[in-house]
Design a protein around this ligand. Sequence first.
Ligand code: OGA
Ligand code: NI
Length: 356
Amino acid sequence: MDLPIGWLEPVVRVQTLSDTGSPVIPDRYIKPLVQRPSFNTQSHSQNIPIIDLYELTNGSATAQKAVMDQISIACREWGFFQVLNHGISDELVDGAREVWKEFFHQPMEVKQDYANTPNTYEGYGSRLGIQKGAILDWNDYFFLYYLPSKLKDHNKWPSQPPFLRDVVEEYSKEIVRLGKDLLRIFSINLGLQEDYLQGAFGGDDIGACLRVNFYPKCPQPDLTLGLSSHSDPGGMTFLLPDENVSGLQVRKGDEWITVKPARHAIIVNIGDQIQVLTNGNYKSVEHRVIVNPDKERVSLAYFFNPKSDVLIKPATELVTSTKPALYQPMTYGEYRRFIRTDGLQGKSQLESLKSS
Ligand code: OGA
Ligand code: NI
């Protein structure tokens, strides 16, 4: 099915709904009971692992190995971790978050100039998936491409606030550097050639795109979600969270762990394509976002993806007689089309790739 050039029903900005000050949310945002967040009074003390990368470049061989091991365990058991001393300066981290907050606080007419369509999703959006009458999430977003270079178009990035494009350029360059470093670390940890995963992603011509999420205040946070439960479809994600407002929850068994962001940390998570490439050794874990009655929240999710036309399949070294290939080969481009038509739905897309 070709994606339509326009939305099949009018687009409503969540920010506009929030700004009306109404004490109730429209029915379309009310989730079925089983999906609603539980705000139990007993708050959980658990957090995802926090890994300091400092020793990786500065430490002894033993210290380096210790960090590598922490990363390995986090990829296998959590699919999520926060990194400190990731090489991106505090100023750049704060600047990137700040410039996007400013973007969302501009008048609606300014943002509407960038309104997106289902075809590429690039620009200012308020939903994922095209189904008419679907239940929606409580967020607006801005989506843009950085790599491959042929998809990068500065004219589609906001021209205001004035420094936004420069800040996004600088931040993107750092994220791609970090992404390549981590692919090498993952490859070594898996016992593969150190350039294996980078090669499997398509070499230098990888994909990198940014989704900036804006979660407005919500008068009935117990009935809805900022982002429904999903696993990230791509390779891996670098999330810059809002340090003032928590909201990201990660599934651990039957529980939802609310992430407590460390200062200036970047959250890394494994996406579906790395789960396939590692034959399930690394986990692409479900996560979701809860919203807040008093505070809005901004996050920058940078998706680091394989080239869209290379076949993604389990590495032969990780396929054994006791652990046969769990997934059938598919390109990331094909895989992504499910999400663009149906929206994110837990881990159902990945399940559909399972070899029978
Ligand atoms: C995402 C995502 C989490 C957040 O954009 O895929 O999971 O905290 N975002 O906004
Ligand atoms: Ni996500």
